[in-house]
Design a protein around this ligand. Structure first.
Ligand SMILES: [Zn+2]
Length: 208
């Protein structure tokens, strides 16, 4: 982390005191998760497998993801990026966040996949490309059955404007439950000419 980022985090902490994303307790400005939660989180490590993931989506990991979606939990994205970034190959060309629909983004004010991608980029120096994919439908995945998620995911995204021909890409998202979104986005990136696509998430279910 550069001095600028550190200073930024320090001053932000004066205005918005730093909190643990998993239990909401106050923590020092320069850490991302409290000691107790860090110990508990280690029970859910999930670094192996086809999709790179910091954790399994269970226990207090679910609280961390919830905090990330509810604005005060950027720390969880940073914490998961710290864990997963050493596994990323530095010669990949871009980190592409799974995009969010315009309405959803306007309501939340940010895309949590972009926040995670930003931290991954900070730790690996691989640039983020935001426009490689576009979300064309706002229909929410979690209200659907696994079968319908696959169909909805395929209809929800389309290729974007970024030139990814022959590029190696890390696709970043906060959570992967059925794999429908990751698989739809991966297929689109390959269709646009990507040479290699590998997904990186904060948490995944053990079905993936
Ligand atoms: Zn905690």
């Amino acid at each position: 982390m550069t001095v600028d980022h550190k200073l930024n985090d320090f001053f932000l902490d004066i205005i918005f005191p730093n909190r643990c994303p998993c239990c909401d307790c106050f923590i020092p400005w320069n850490i991302t998760v409290c000691e107790d939660c860090e110990a508990k989180l280690s029970e859910y490590k999930a670094l192996s497998g086809g999709i790179i993931s910091a954790y399994l989506y269970k226990g207090i990991v679910v609280d961390g993801i919830y905090a990330l979606k509810a604005a005060y939990g950027r720390n969880f994205a940073r914490h998961c990026a710290k864990i997963t970034s050493p596994l990323l190959k530095k010669d990949y060309d871009f980190i592409v966040p799974v995009p969010m629909g315009k309405k959803q983004r306007a309501a939340r004010g940010y895309n949590q996949a972009e926040i995670f991608a930003g931290y991954l980029s900070r730790f690996t120096s691989i640039p983020v490309m935001k426009n490689a994919l576009i979300r064309v439908s706002d229909k929410k995945q979690h209200l659907l059955s696994a079968h319908d998620r696959k169909i909805n995911a395929e209809a929800s995204y389309s290729g974007g404007l970024g030139d990814i021909d022959g590029k190696r890409i890390y696709l970043a998202d906060d959570v992967c439950t059925t794999g429908a979104t990751i698989s739809a986005c991966t297929n689109l990136l390959y269709a646009a000419g990507a040479k290699n696509v590998k997904a990186v998430v904060c948490a995944k279910t053990n079905r993936i």
